[in-house]
Design a protein around this ligand. Structure first.
Ligand code: PLP
Length: 397
């Protein structure tokens, strides 16, 4: 494979992974582990020596039975999920959970509370409107979603059906973190302090399994697979027993969590390919375990190092780069920043792409740049980006 830089690349070498691909900082679908992609290619042709590819097997046959059982098992193993939680593979993207959550969990005249810390959290509130009374308990809109509200800032309603929040704000680049006793960021997840007995519902689409997680703190968690778990086409839902069987209104059979919980996520043909890719990613996550160290601790530590390279490049640039997020709310997954002018932002994105650092353009609501560094982004990609940032600032500062 040729590694020659394109003519417009400013005579710098193109950054590539060991196997010759470039680094993909896209916010979603995001990059996948190369080991997983290599295995998927084989399985499309012939899975588990069955002589048939994964795309062609019946979703009720033995080959897919095994794929599904292993994916469920491995997902549970990663987080040591207790028996009273179901793992569902659903469709319709994370966005469909915006209406499925209130449709299944919220009576029309009982409020549900939302904490709106970004674009997707705002969509969650907006799409719940058909299901009656809603309450915005806290928001970070006043400062363009550059921070996460402190515990005391939330004002909950009397008896909400649930409290909904989003753990990582993919577009604005903020994330919920706990502080230690001295007030320093631990990079471990903080949750809203919901009123006693009220279940937390969390959209974890862009940071699930990027750090240790205790699902028992939530009533329901959902995540579109295409950021940290696999490919577009399936959405993971982790739901507690009592919520899976909550019945607050008549709903079509296929819109009920209970249907998916009872029927192993295959009441009808499930997204078999997307589920298979998730299964391979779960095995890849588990493979990070080391003697005495949990796989998610290893991955979390690497994610802290990865983001550290890029944040350091921002902080040491003498104000050339300005990060969007407050320091104690910085995301480990999506780093948002700007150059001194929009013209430099454009130059940054095109020159970065020419050097094998792709997908850096920020969302239209923030502008500037966004580097998404999900679990599958190699640390070398983050180092290459940090180096490019330093070089670009030196050339243009
Ligand atoms: C990407 C994303 C979504 C939307 O996901 P779809 O699967 O496209 O519906 C929702 N929430 C968050 C936090 C996201 O990052």
């Amino acid at each position: 494979m040729s590694t020659a830089a394109p003519a417009h690349a400013n005579h710098a070498a193109v950054s590539r992974t060991a196997s010759g691909r470039i680094f993909n900082f896209s916010a979603g679908p995001g990059c996948l582990p190369e080991e997983v992609l290599a295995q998927v290619q084989k399985d499309v042709f012939n899975i588990a020596a069955t002589g048939i590819g994964i795309l062609e097997h019946s979703h009720r046959g033995k080959a897919f039975d095994r794929v599904l059982a292993e994916a469920m098992h491995d997902f549970r193993a990663i987080s040591n999920l207790p028996e009273n939680y179901h793992v569902l593979f659903m469709t319709g993207g994370a966005s469909s959970q915006n209406f499925l959550v209130p449709a299944n969990l919220k009576p029309q005249d009982q409020p549900a509370d939302y904490i709106t810390t970004g674009y997707w959290a705002e969509k969650s509130l907006e799409h719940a409107r058909p299901y009656g009374v809603l309450h915005e308990a806290a928001t970070s809109k006043d400062r363009n979603h550059s921070y996460i509200p402190a515990d005391g800032q939330a004002r909950y309603s009397q008896a909400p059906a649930y409290v909904h929040f989003c753990s990582n704000n993919t577009i604005y680049g903020t994330q919920w973190h706990k502080a230690d006793a001295a007030g320093a960021c631990t990079w471990h997840q903080r949750d809203p302090v919901a009123p006693p007995g009220v279940p937390l519902v969390c959209d974890m689409s862009s940071d699930i399994y990027s750090r240790p997680v205790d699902f028992t703190r939530y009533g329901l968690v959902y995540a579109g697979a295409q950021k940290n778990l696999g490919a577009a086409g399936t959405t993971l839902v982790v739901i507690r027993d009592d919520l899976a069987s909550r019945k607050v209104r008549e709903l079509p059979w296929l819109l009920r969590y209970e249907t998916f919980a009872k029927d192993e996520s295959r009441p009808n043909t499930p997204p078999v390919f997307a589920i298979h890719i998730c299964g391979l990613v779960f095995k890849w996550i588990l493979s990070h375990a080391q003697p005495g160290r949990h796989c998610l601790d290893v991955i979390h530590e690497r994610n802290i190092r990865k983001a550290g390279h890029v944040y350091q490049a921002i902080d040491s640039s003498g104000n050339f780069y300005r990060g969007h997020a407050d320091k104690n709310a910085r995301s480990l997954m999506n780093i948002t920043f700007k150059c001194p002018t929009p013209a430099l932002d454009d130059a940054f994105c095109s020159q970065a792409a020419a050097q094998g650092l792709d997908g850096m353009k920020g969302h239209r609501s923030t502008g500037g740049m966004r580097a998404s560094m999900y679990n599958a982004m190699p640390e070398d990609g983050c180092k290459a980006l940090a180096q490019f940032m330093k070089d670009f600032a030196a050339r243009n500062g």
